[in-house]
Write a protein that binds this ligand. Structure first.
Ligand SMILES: Cc1cc2nc3c(=O)[nH]c(=O)nc-3n(C[C@H](O)[C@H](O)[C@H](O)COP(=O)(O)OP(=O)(O)OC[C@H]3O[C@@H](n4cnc5c(N)ncnc54)[C@H](O)[C@@H]3O)c2cc1C
Length: 433
């Protein structure tokens, strides 16, 4: 059986592993899915992952779960069975199993807190007996017939895993901050302090960024005694995410995406994804007159008495300097974070397949229908970079069932995707029931 190794046990890994489990149960071809994770299943939705304290709410509906939109396409004559079987791992099946379904309906289907979303992912993991290797992937090299992945365990022991196919997930580390200064916090430092109720008392706070990372941080900050909270982003204002049926449908059903030209696709992403806050976050900020927006890119951070000064640049104005007691770098993940794991040979291979030095634009343009980099012999799935070519829902939680469908679709002409090879060097751990 072929092995698909997934870096990170987040929603994407669970979606692919659950679908592979269902396919195998139905006697259909599917690879063995092995997931490497340093924290826990759903780690980035828990305080230990450094992206949240777990107590803030999911922006999307939890019904956009690991099977959504339950629309398998490639298994002619068997798609209905696949969709039905996937319902066993849905959000509502989780609630029914845990005894909270009626209450959730009666309370108006609220978005769950991040830690409950992690619990849901863990529940899926237990039910499918997810194979998890505990550790952090710290290097990736090409192998004769796939990828050689090095995993560093918490005990310092390094293990080599041999996989046919590789999928990278997640936003990378949350420990990066704009400057090395005690009053400039990375998002992981911010949540660590917030979790300990130890955020420094500050009157003027700045949050840099305009996405989900900044939204959750603002949600937290407005519960504290701050005089002003400035949200800094290069956009003209703080936009609300378009969340009508028309916008959402492009996320749930990427089939329409192919009919848009590049400019239209960029326009949709700009209005609905980059630098926009969800309606829920906007509503909680609107009513708070301490929160305002400062337009600009932060060009310089300078030490000033007890705080810092930020120099903001806008193309049509002179630079402006603003002073703050506390700054939170909430600019979010690094789309190309995984390249730091690639050894020189792996980077060379990738360069050859994308046709030049590794830039975000070049890699994005090379992502094919299966969400993998085109022209690479061994599959490298990069769903986080698939928005522009394949659909805006692939990097997030909008169409995890479609994502798994594309990744697990048997190659044309191949008798089955499932075939040879295995993860060698270690017997992957199985989650207990
Ligand atoms: C605060 C916050 C709120 C968000 N809310 C929403 C929302 O409501 N809706 C939405 O669609 N999107 C939301 N997002 C975006 C969200 O990150 C993605 O939609 C989604 O989680 C991505 O899933 P994933 O499986 O790619 O990664 P993640 O859930 O981020 O999982 C990645 C995993 O990789 C692990 N990992 C990291 N480095 C390594 C390594 N070297 N080796 C092995 N494992 C590693 C991490 O521990 C983590 O468990 C939010 C993001 C943030 C930060």
């Amino acid at each position: 059986m072929q092995t698909l190794l997934v870096v990170g046990a987040g929603p994407k890994a669970l979606a692919v592993a659950a679908k592979a489990h269902v396919l195998r149960k139905l006697g259909l071809p599917a690879p063995r899915v092995v997931v490497v994770e340093p924290h826990a299943v759903g780690g980035n939705w828990l305080p230990s992952g450094g992206w949240t304290d777990g107590r803030h709410r999911l922006g999307t509906s939890p019904e956009k779960d690991v099977g959504f939109p339950y629309h398998s396409t490639w298994a002619r004559g068997r798609n209905r069975e696949i969709n039905e079987a996937m319902h066993a791992f849905s959000w509502t099946a989780f609630l029914v199993d845990q005894g909270g379904y009626a209450e959730w309906i009666d309370r108006g289907r609220p978005s769950p807190h991040h830690h409950v979303w992690a619990k849901y992912l863990q529940w899926v993991g237990h039910r499918i007996e997810l194979e998890v290797v505990s550790g952090r992937v710290d290097s990736i090299a090409p192998a004769a017939d796939g990828w050689l992945v090095s995993v560093l365990g918490e005990d310092g022991v390094r293990t080599q895993l041999d996989a046919d196919e590789l999928m990278i997930t997640g936003p990378g580390r949350s420990t990066r901050a704009l400057a090395d200064h005690p009053k400039v916090l990375s998002i992981s430092e911010f949540w660590e302090l917030a979790g300990k109720r130890a955020l420094p008392v500050s009157s003027r706070v700045a949050v840099i960024g305009g996405g989900e990372t900044a939204g959750s941080a603002l949600d937290e900050l407005v519960c504290h005694d701050m005089l002003t909270v400035s949200v800094i982003s290069p956009m003209a204002t703080l936009y609300t995410r378009g969340e009508s049926y028309f916008e959402n449908s492009l996320y749930s059903d990427p089939g329409k995406w192919a009919g848009l030209n590049l400019e239209q696709r960029r326009d949709v992403i700009r209005r609905t994804d980059r630098g926009v806050f969800s309606v829920r976050v906007q509503e909680s900020l609107l009513g708070d007159n301490r929160v305002h927006h400062l337009q600009g890119r932060v060009m310089r951070v300078t030490d000033r008495h007890e705080g810092v000064e930020l120099t903001l640049r806008n193309p049509l104005r002179a630079d402006q300097v603003h002073a703050f007691d506390l700054v939170v770098d909430a600019t979010g993940g690094q789309p190309l974070w995984f390249l730091e794991l690639f050894d020189a040979d792996a980077a060379d291979l990738l360069e050859l397949s994308v046709g030049g030095p590794l830039t975000r634009a070049r890699i994005e343009a090379a992502i094919g229908y299966d969400l993998a980099v085109s022209n690479l012999e061994s599959k490298l799935y990069l769903p986080n970079l698939a928005a522009l070519t394949q659909g805006p829902g692939f990097p997030n939680l909008s169409c995890l069932g479609e994502l798994s469908d594309r990744v697990l679709r048997p190659v044309a002409g191949g008798s089955e995707v499932a075939a040879r090879a295995a993860v060698s060097g270690v017997e992957p751990l199985r989650l207990g029931k």
